[in-house]
Design a protein around this ligand. Structure first.
Ligand code: TXA
Ligand code: MG
Length: 340
């Protein structure tokens, strides 16, 4: 695509002129990269075909992979949805604003390009104050995929977002680091059958408990095993991949891992304080303590290790429960399931 001049907005909470300009760009059919609590998004007016086209173009995203429409409040749901199941209100009231995306019947105003021709739309109410302020000031649902070029890890810092989208978006809002670091939980709501099609920080266990208390016979289906027909178009594409080759491991001994790849430049991402983690001065060994820290730092870690020229990244597996399911989902995609 042709290079476009990207405007940078900083310190928006104290710079309301910046917010007015950024929302003006969205209203005029332009594209703005903005922070959310999960990852940075590349936003445009979800009613506007040409804005949506520019989002696909900037990312190099296949046109059959639909975008999420972001709204500021539950009360705005009618801007995007034609029909809202009771369970959707219940789940949004419980987990939004926050990292939850619900798929339901779309209305006629949402661009058919944004939903890739589907009759459904994915809706999310982000909790990040800048994201909500931008959406509110724009006055339209904001279609926004993660602000990475297609196939690459989602940006979770301003620096990552700038590297991905400088010259491709009309503006980028600097909102510092994203708190969660992994994309939202995406849920398909069908009558009485609910499925998580992308795990995130609103976990299987949280949704299961919520639906149980909602009653009405709604049931959360077990996660779909890989290899089956994807329920979400996005799931068939390669995702979240750094340049380096990724392997999963259950091993936490740094020297042992190194000895398996003699002469190769390897990086490591370890969780739970891998053996020797605290005292290891090697900058190519990244150590995360809690699952929340692992989730928050994973994509940044991929990008940093790529930047240090690592040919191979060894990432430690975690228990696939709670937030661990979301981490493992991304690690399995990034590694193609390869492990040592
Ligand atoms: O946390 C997030 O969700 C971030 C921030 C920016 O909000 N956004 C994000 O968007 O991750 P994206 O486009 O990278 O991922 C959206 C996922 C894709 O896998 C897409 O296929 C799926 O949601 N999706 C969107 N609309 C859908 C629909 N109508 N039916 C099924 N899947 C849908
Ligand atoms: Mg994405």
């Amino acid at each position: 695509m042709t290079f476009i001049k990207t405007e940078i907005f900083r310190d928006i909470p104290h710079n309301s002129g910046g917010l007015a300009k950024a929302s003006g760009i969205i209203k005029n059919g332009g594209t703005v990269v903005f922070p959310t609590e999960t990852v940075y998004g590349l936003g445009g007016d979800a009613f506007n075909d040409s804005a949506v086209k520019n989002i696909f173009l900037a990312k190099g995203r296949p046109s059959d992979n639909p975008l999420i429409a972001h709204i500021a409040d539950i009360a705005d749901i009618g801007l995007a949805a034609a029909e809202v199941p009771e369970a959707a209100y219940f789940l949004f009231e419980k987990f939004s604003p926050g990292p939850l995306t619900l798929i339901m019947k779309k209305n006629d105003r949402i661009s058919n390009l944004a939903t890739a021709g589907l009759d459904t739309v994915a809706i999310r109410i982000p909790s990040h104050s800048l994201a909500r302020a931008l959406i509110r000031a724009s006055g339209v649902p904001v279609a926004a995929p993660s602000a990475n070029r297609s196939g690459r890890p989602s940006p979770t810092t301003f620096g990552m977002a700038f590297k991905e989208m400088d010259g491709r978006a009309d503006a980028i809002i600097d909102g510092g680091d994203c708190e969660i670091g992994l994309e939202s939980t995406v849920i398909l709501l069908d009558v009485k059958a609910v499925r998580i099609i992308r795990p995130g920080a609103v976990t299987f266990e949280m949704v299961e408990n919520a639906l149980y208390s909602f009653g009405h016979g709604y049931k959360l289906h077990a996660p779909v095993k890989s290899g089956k027909t994807p329920l979400s178009p996005g799931l068939k594409y390669l995702h979240y991949k750094p340049k380096a080759e990724v392997y999963l491991t259950g091993e936490s001994d740094i020297e042992k891992i190194k000895s398996l790849f003699p002469g190769r430049k390897i990086g490591m991402i370890l969780s739970g304080g891998g053996k020797n983690c605290k005292i290891n001065p090697d900058p190519r060994v990244l150590c995360f303590g809690t699952l929340a820290e692992y989730a928050q730092g994973l994509y940044r870690g991929f990008t940093e290790l790529d930047g240090m020229g690592c040919e191979i990244i060894i990432a430690q597996s975690v228990e696939p429960a709670g937030l661990g399911s979301a981490i493992m989902n991304r690690l399995i995609k990034a590694s193609g399931g390869k492990s040592i």
